[in-house]
Structures are given as structure tokens and as C-alpha cells.
Design a protein around this ligand. Structure first.
Ligand code: ZN
Length: 197
């Protein structure tokens, strides 16, 4: 159906999340129509992003620098840490413009079925941060799936001896991802956070 290099491009695009065969074909045909230079810029930006973006050594948010801009920002509240599962949750919360503290990205959720225990996540560095710095509140903002709940309970129990721990009040459907919540819902969830018990 497709000439070989085109088939390969479609095949690769189709591996991206949310891209089905139809979208992959549409994108591939679009790319072929674009000027050579534009396609090269696209290809190069894929390679650059992959090569240059790593993790902030403090909070584990995606960053091209050793320490990310949020951690660097002196105007942000150093005494509050919001714990999220993925970098995309930081982005979702930043969009609400309601949160002025710092973050900690643990990099997933505890899921024994997938072989992910606490050791596979950035939980130890979080405990170190909270126990060694003057942290007044840790807000846990992890989606309330079964694994998310397990993770929230695990982290809450670990951190409670050191500081005040709260969790955001999800008006979200069970298993709803932070990134799919609209900004108002997320801002309200943050505002309505409650004590971890
Ligand atoms: Zn950071």
C-alpha cells in the first residue's frame, strides 16, 4: 500500500500515544509535503530534546539544566512541596497558577504487578529532602487510582513524622489523571486539600 520509507514513517508515528493508523497516515503525508528544511528542524528537535532533557537533581522534574527553573526560582515558597507522579502533573498544576511552592516528581506509582516498588521511584530523595530541610507542608497530589492510593498512603506514612502532610481533594473520577482535569477543577482540588490521616 505504501512505498517502503513512507510505510516506515507511518509505522513510527503510530507508536506515539493517541496516534492511530489514520492519524499516522495523515501526519506522514503532511510531513512529505513540507519543505526539506522544516522536516529537518522537526527531526533535529526530536533528537535534541531527547539528548538534552534530563531530570532536575532536586525535584526530578524534566529539565535541561541540573536544577530546574522551579527549584531555582527564589520567589517560590521553599517550605511547601507538592508530590506528583509525573512531570506532566507539574505542568498541569503550573497551568492553574494557584500553586507557589516547590514540587517533587516521584516518576510513577507503586505497582507490584508491574514490578514497581518504592525503590524504583524517587521516594528516598523525597524523604531526604523533607527530613533535612525546613518543610512546613507536603501536599500529595497523586491520581486516586488503586496504585495512586497505595502510593499516597505509603508516602504519607513515611513523611508524617517530619512535617504536616495533606492530600488534594479530588473531585475527579476514580483513576482520573491530573492532566485531564481542567484548571478550575485542579485549582479547587488544591484549595480543598485535607490532612493526611
Ligand atoms: Zn527542580
Amino acid at each position: 500500500m505504501y512505498t517502503r520509507p513512507l510505510a516506515r514513517l507511518i509505522e513510527q508515528l503510530q507508536r506515539l500515544p493517541g496516534i492511530g493508523p489514520k492519524s499516522a497516515q495523515r501526519l506522514a503525508l503532511h510531513i512529505l509535503k513540507r519543505p526539506h528544511e522544516e522536516v529537518e528542524t522537526l527531526a533535529q528537535s526530536l533528537i535534541d530534546a531527547k539528548q538534552q532533557v534530563g531530570f532536575c537533581q532536586v525535584c526530578f522534574h524534566l529539565s535541561a539544566e541540573p536544577v530546574c527553573e522551579i527549584c531555582h526560582n527564589p520567589n517560590r515558597d521553599n517550605s511547601t512541596i507538592c508530590v506528583v507522579s509525573e512531570s506532566r502533573d507539574v505542568i498541569a498544576l503550573e497551568k492553574t497558577r494557584e500553586y507557589g511552592g516547590k514540587y517533587h516528581v516521584i516518576g510513577g506509582v507503586i505497582s507490584p504487578m508491574d514490578g514497581i516498588g518504592p525503590e524504583q521511584l524517587n521516594i528516598q530523595p523525597l524523604v531526604r529532602r523533607v527530613s533535612q530541610q525546613k518543610i512546613e507542608e507536603v501536599i500529595i497530589a497523586i491520581s486516586p487510582s488503586v496504585e495512586g492510593e497505595t502510593t499516597t498512603l505509603y508516602i504519607g506514612r513515611l513523611l508524617k513524622p517530619f512535617t504536616r502532610v495533606t492530600r488534594i481533594a479530588f473531585g475527579l473520577p476514580m483513576g482520573g489523571d491530573l492532566e485531564y482535569a481542567d484548571e478550575v477543577t485542579l485549582a479547587r482540588a488544591l484549595e480543598g486539600r485535607r490532612e493526611f490521616d
